[in-house]
Each structure stands twice: as structure tokens, then as C-alpha cells.
Ligand binder design. Structure first.
Ligand code: GLN
Length: 486
């Protein structure tokens, strides 16, 4: 395996044994990035000098015999929704094209403490609204398995970068699937932690009651490693949870024997392409072979999850995006004559069509006379879904499903049909509504060289168990990857 495709935990062992230096690791990743970036367009900003400084620091510390943590000097990519002081944070929007972060997000600051090297900020759908990264104001990212296809979204730049070996791992955010779905489309691991597990401070807000940051990695062990670093209570984010952070690495090799894995009766597998449904059946068979018990269970309101999400998310987005007023930061329209025109023109020029659509939907649903019928109703359904998951987790250790009904679709295929794009989130959205953790693990390959993922969901704050089950599956499947298209 080339260095740029090797998981961080393995590279770290190699460098402790003196088999490789951090500089060699960085050189391998950097050369790969330079060679593939013109075709993939995973990044919005590159910061090679930052990564270089950190690699040097790591090698110097190793030479001096100091204790070096696994992330020290390792080159990572960060979704352009996280503020990192001194970098642009565009959130994929023309509105923030020239915005330079004056402060650091808590999650990236935590990685900083571990000594990681920032390679750059990755492409995404504007304000994280989308499932394909085609909604970036700065052009689409490509899927490294097949360049005619999307990498998924909204964290598509992060997923494509990790899959292609342009970075060893990345951070993304997941409001309705934006870590898990691109991970699945790109054949890597993506973990959405429990809502509140990772601070949202410094992450540009989309739908605040659903947003959660997390890692996209080459394997489950690296996901555990990074989660351990970024998890924890934060006084700057009142919704971050004051819960002990377990050693996620310690529970990884517990195996699948005796584990109870739920399958949701109401989840309509007929929505899936044949190859995705077949892969899922094969995955369940493998789980059984490994000693897990498959248990059918009910989440009765799951058929309403998409409709619920597409009320709640736009409502919160319309409120959150009110801060872009042409005055405080970001774009300010020129040649305006009064305050009203500053607001209107700045927003008109700065936001793309999908963002405008969601602001309109959200503003409508929140307006007087409609609030009870839409937002309040949606919250009631959300509460039911949450309660149904809680009841389900009294019976099972994890719940399995496909991540997405299809493999990565072609660029342009769903751009003119927002409903089709929204429907593709059917399997990922429920976890956000319930606030529970979810992980996407590579599970097979379909036609056109495109990966398929398995989704596993866990109960609130039980990422340790979830990661152990995901690792058990990963080890049992031992998927050998075909060649990337690039
Ligand atoms: N695709 C979903 C949306 O467009 C989810 C996006 C996300 O998780 N950020 O809202």
C-alpha cells in the first residue's frame, strides 16, 4: 500500500519503528494531491506550508525521543465550513468568498492540540445544503472512483480527498447525511457522532438542532482516533454534552459475536437500486456468519422523516442565514441607495439558487399562521421518531441499513430535480432527527466501479459500541478495493 493510502494509525506505528518519517508521509500525500487535484477539485484553499511546519515538528520531536501522538504532523483536510484562523472560510458560497476566519472552531483547535497539519479546506455544497457538492459556488468536485460521477455531499470535497489519498483523513459535517453519504459514495468511513458530542462552535450554522461535525477516514480505527480528539464539552457551545469521553480506540476489537443488529421493518428497500439491496442482504448474511443476531424492529414514523427534515432544516436555515445582511461580514453589494437595498442586493448576489429556495421555504413555514401547521408539527414527528429509536435501542446494539438508495449518481443527473435529490437522503436523515450517532462503512462495489456503504446507527453517546461493531464488520468483510479512476 502506498503511504498516501495507508490509515493514520498504521503510519504512526510505522514511524515509531523508524520505517518512515512524517516528512515522507507528507511528501507522498502532497505529490498525490498535486497530481490529482486538477481533475478532482476537492479543495477550495490549499495550505501546504502549514502541513510542512507540522511534519517537521513531528519528526524533530521523534528524533528527540519525545512522546508523539498519532495525529502529530499528519496531513488532514478540513471542510470549508470550519473556521480556522487565517484561512478563508467560504462555506462553498460566493457570499463568503473573501471572508477570512478571525478565530478557530473548537473541533479544529482540538486537532491543533494534537499537532495535525492542515493541508487545505475542502469543497462543499453551499452552506452544506445539498447531496452532491454540485451546489458549491466554486464548481463541482469529482468522484475519484469514476470522474463522471459526484462524490456525494455536502462534504464531498472531504470524501473525495480522503478516498483519493489527497489527505489522510478529513473533517466534515452532517445535518442530514453529509458525512455518511459522501463517505459511502467514495468508499471510505464517515462518522456522524451523537448530537452534542462534538462542539459546533466555529462551524458555520445550517440547521443548528441537527448539525454535527465528525471525521471522514480510511478506516474505522482512524475514525475512533479522530473522534477521541474532537469530542467533549465546550463552554462555547451550550448544546455540547457534558459527558465523559471514553477511549474509543479501546473497544474496537470486541467482535460481532452475540451482538444484536436491528433492521427497520418500515425502511423500504424497494427504493434501492438492485445492486445496493443485494449488497445489503450480503452484508446482513456476513453479520450473521460472524455471530450477530439480526432483529427486525419498527420505527413507525420513518416514512415521514424526509418531510419532517425538509421543514425543520429550512426553517432553522432561514433563521441562521439572517446574519448575512451585507453589513457584518461577507459580501456587500455596491451601488445601493438605502439599507433595504443593501440587504436585498447583497443576499441576491451572494446566495445561490438552492440556498434561496431553502430560505424561502423556511421563512414561509415559520410565518404567522403557518408555524403550528409546519414547524411545530415537524417537531412533534421528530419527537416521535426520537422516542421510537430510543425504544428500539432497548432491544439492539445497532441498527443497519444501506447509506443511500443508489451508488454515486452522475454529475448533473439530479440537479434539475430537487425532490429526487432530497429523496436520496431517506436513510441518513432519521439519525439526525433522533440525534443518534451513525457511521458509514465500505460494504461493496456496484457497477461502474462505484462503492456502496453500510450504515450502522447506535444509541445516544454510545459511539464506542457503534465503532466496535463497525470495526467487526470491516474486519470480517476485508474488502479489497478495485483501482481508483485516477
Ligand atoms: N442533503 C441534505 C440537505 O441538503 C443534508 C445535508 C447535510 O447533511 N448538510 O440538507
Amino acid at each position: 500500500m502506498t503511504l498516501y493510502q495507508t490509515p493514520i494509525h498504521q503510519l504512526h506505528q510505522m514511524r515509531l519503528k523508524g520505517e518512515v518519517s512524517t516528512q515522507e508521509i507528507l511528501d507522498s500525500v502532497q505529490a498525490r494531491l498535486t497530481a490529482t487535484e486538477p481533475a478532482l477539485k476537492s479543495f477550495l484553499e490549499l495550505t501546504p506550508e502549514r502541513a510542512q511546519v507540522k511534519a517537521l515538528e513531528a519528526d524533530q520531536a521523534i528524533a528527540k525521543g519525545e512522546k508523539v501522538g498519532p495525529l502529530m504532523g499528519m496531513p488532514l483536510a478540513i471542510k470549508d465550513i470550519f473556521n480556522i484562523k487565517g484561512t478563508h472560510t467560504t462555506c462553498g458560497s460566493k457570499y463568503l468568498e473573501n471572508y477570512i476566519s478571525p478565530y478557530d472552531a473548537t473541533a479544529t483547535l482540538a486537532l491543533d492540540k494534537a499537532g495535525y497539519g492542515l493541508l487545505g479546506k475542502t469543497n462543499m455544497d453551499e452552506f452544506a445544503m445539498g447531496s452532491s457538492t454540485e451546489r458549491s459556488a466554486f464548481g463541482a468536485t469529482r468522484n475519484p472512483w469514476n470522474l463522471a460521477h459526484v462524490p456525494g455531499g455536502s462534504s464531498g470535497g472531504s470524501a473525495s480527498a480522503v478516498a483519493a489519498g489527497q489527505a489522510l483523513a478529513a473533517l466534515g459535517t452532517d445535518t442530514g447525511g453529509s458525512i455518511r453519504q459522501p463517505a459511502s459514495f467514495c468508499g471510505i468511513v464517515g462518522l456522524k457522532p451523537t448530537y452534542g458530542r462534538v462542539s459546533r462552535w466555529g462551524m458555520v450554522a445550517y440547521a443548528s438542532s441537527l448539525d454535527q461535525g465528525g471525521p471522514l477516514t480510511k478506516d474505522v480505527t482512524d475514525a475512533a482516533l479522530i473522534l477521541g480528539q474532537i469530542a467533549g464539552a465546550d463552554p462555547k457551545d451550550a448544546t455540547s454534552a457534558d459527558r465523559p469521553v471514553p477511549d474509543f480506540m479501546a473497544h474496537l476489537e470486541t467482535g460481532l459475536k452475540g451482538k444484536r443488529i436491528g433492521v427497520i421493518r418500515e425502511l423500504d428497500l424497494n427504493q434501492c437500486n438492485k445492486e445496493v439491496a443485494q449488497c445489503f442482504e450480503a452484508n446482513l448474511a456476513l453479520l450473521r456468519e460472524e455471530g450477530a443476531e439480526i432483529v427486525e424492529l419498527s420505527i413507525a414514523n420513518i416514512p415521514h422523516a424526509i418531510a419532517t427534515y425538509y421543514v425543520i432544516a429550512p426553517c432553522e436555515a432561514s433563521s441562521n442565514l439572517g446574519r448575512y445582511d451585507g453589513i457584518r461580514y461577507g459580501l456587500r453589494a455596491e451601488n445601493t441607495h438605502n439599507l433595504q437595498e443593501v440587504y436585498e442586493e447583497s443576499r441576491e448576489q451572494g446566495f445561490g439558487p438552492e440556498v434561496k429556495l431553502r430560505i424561502l421555504l423556511g421563512t414561509f413555514a415559520l410565518s404567522a399562521g403557518y408555524y403550528d401547521a409546519y414547524y411545530l408539527k415537524a417537531q412533534q414527528v421528530q419527537n416521535r421518531i426520537r422516542a421510537q429509536y430510543q425504544a428500539a435501542f432497548a432491544q439492539v446494539d445497532a441498527i443497519a441499513s444501506p447509506v443511500s438508495p443508489t451508488t454515486a449518481f452522475k454529475l448533473g443527473e439530479k440537479m434539475d430535480d430537487p425532490l429526487q435529490m432530497y429523496l436520496s437522503d431517506a436513510f441518513t436523515i432519521p439519525a439526525n432527527l433522533a440525534g443518534i450517532p451513525g457511521i458509514s462503512v465500505p460494504a461493496g462495489f456496484g457497477a461502474n466501479n462505484l462503492p456502496i456503504g453500510l450504515q450502522l446507527l447506535g444509541k445516544h453517546f454510545d459511539e464506542a459500541r457503534l465503532l466496535g461493531i463497525a470495526r467487526g464488520f470491516e474486519r470480517a468483510l476485508n474488502l479489497s478495493l478495485p483501482n481508483l479512476a485516477i
